[in-house]
Design a protein around this ligand. Structure first.
Ligand SMILES: Cc1ncc(COP(=O)(O)O)c(C=O)c1O
Length: 383
């Protein structure tokens, strides 16, 4: 179908931060398959787990117990300080579970027409529920009637949330710790703390959509660890499988008790193969210096960017947390619509949203690779 319009390039091989196309040319991947291949292409630990598991067993069904899934559930819940988890196949599906849990939460409080507050410019997925939750008209256009339970409020504005304090129909607040698809919008440091407090005071569930921001992307395994809060629900996907489709909806306390037998399910969700990949991902985070690397490379990128591009007239600002990078540009000084194609010609993979470049390079990126990235950005934006 014509919903994608792919660029004229086909990659046939990947290694770390690099992709090779069908002509044999190498590209620096500063996008990681849109925040998926966080540990780099073909990471040996993940590859080994996939090969080993594929020789044993690919799939059984959630009708039976799945050893890898049970091990992964324990590990990820311990790491995230959550109680229980449901495994899905994607980020949107993980968010769907969160929304279904919020409905059951409403039932438990005898609320007939529940409302979830979400943010303007947010992105939560492309299913009917998650595109209704998404705060962007362009994602929703053509798909009405939307689900009516979402009210979109300004992001990074606690007053916009607090004004609903007396609305008895609110059951949850759902936000991204950093808005990704909007072009890397980083809220004030205490935004999540304040949201957490408001939710606790009002008996609302705090749902964090960590699909893009978690799995090390911001320098912590989970983005909200910068705030020392624990949400009621945390949704993950993308980097959780490093390229293998797996999502997860983790929940704590009452939110973890609401799905009961037959209230939700997935044929593929959490099967032996994908959970083997995710176990490999957690192994790498626990047994290597990858998170340290994110923080070091983030600082290095910042200082190099400042020295090489800080005075560039087209550059308005750098927004960076860990290796989640947004570069705000002045649309009057540079034609942003050509940047992706121009970068591709120079063998660099980036994403552009409006007047912002978004980059999510692999978390294993080296200093030398940051140098190459910066020099390609200088070529792209101009010095
Ligand atoms: C924050 C966020 N939530 C949800 C999604 C949807 O994930 P998926 O495409 O795996 O359904 C995305 C995808 O970009 C995302 O960035």
């Amino acid at each position: 179908m014509s919903n994608y319009s792919p660029l004229e390039v086909t990659f046939i091989k990947g290694d770390g931060c690099w992709l090779t196309d069908s002509a044999g040319d190498k590209y620096l991947d500063a996008l990681s398959g849109i925040g998926v291949v966080n540990l780099g292409h073909c990471h040996p630990t993940i590859t080994k787990n996939l090969v080993d598991q594929s020789q044993k067993l690919l799939h059984t069904s959630n009708v039976y117990r799945i050893e890898n899934q049970e091990i992964l559930a324990k590990k990820i819940c311990n790491l995230a300080n959550m109680d229980k988890v449901f495994f899905s196949n994607s980020g949107a599906e993980a968010n769907e579970v969160a929304i279904k849990i919020a409905r059951l939460y409403a039932r438990s409080k005898d609320i007939e027409n529940p409302i979830i507050l979400t943010a303007i410019q947010s992105f939560h997925g492309r299913t009917m529920a998650t595109l209704s939750a998404t705060g962007q008209n362009k994602i929703q256009a053509g798909f009405s009637p939307l689900m009516s339970e979402f009210i979109h409020v300004n992001y990074d504005d606690i007053n916009a949330v607090n004004q609903y304090k007396n609305n008895q129909d609110i059951v949850a607040v759902m936000v991204e710790p950093i808005q990704g698809e909007a072009g890397v919008i980083i809220p004030k440091n205490d935004y999540l703390d304040k949201l957490h407090k408001t939710c606790k005071e009002n008996g609302w569930l705090l749902i964090l959509d960590g699909v893009q921001t978690c799995m090390g992307r911001t320098g912590k395994l989970f983005a909200h660890e910068h705030n020392e809060i624990t949400p009621d629900i945390l949704c993950l996907a993308k980097g959780l499988g490093n390229g293998v489709p797996i999502g997860a909806c983790l929940a704590k306390g009452i939110a973890s008790e609401l799905l009961t037998p037959r209230t939700h399910g997935s044929t593929f969700g959490g099967n032996p193969l994908v959970t083997a990949a995710a176990l490999g991902v957690l192994d790498v985070f626990q047994n290597t210096e990858v998170l340290n690397n994110v923080n070091k490379m983030s600082e290095y990128f910042k200082s190099e960017f400042e020295s090489k591009l800080g005075k560039n007239k087209a550059v308005k600002e750098l927004r960076i947390k860990g290796l989640m990078i947004g570069i705000g540009l002045d649309g009057n000084k540079i034609d942003c619509s050509q940047l992706v194609k121009n970068a591709l010609k120079d063998k660099l993979l980036i994403n552009v949203t409006g007047n912002s470049i978004r980059m999510l390079p692999p978390l294993i990126i080296s200093k030398e690779e940051i140098d190459i990235l910066i020099s390609k950005l200088v070529t792209l934006i101009g010095s």
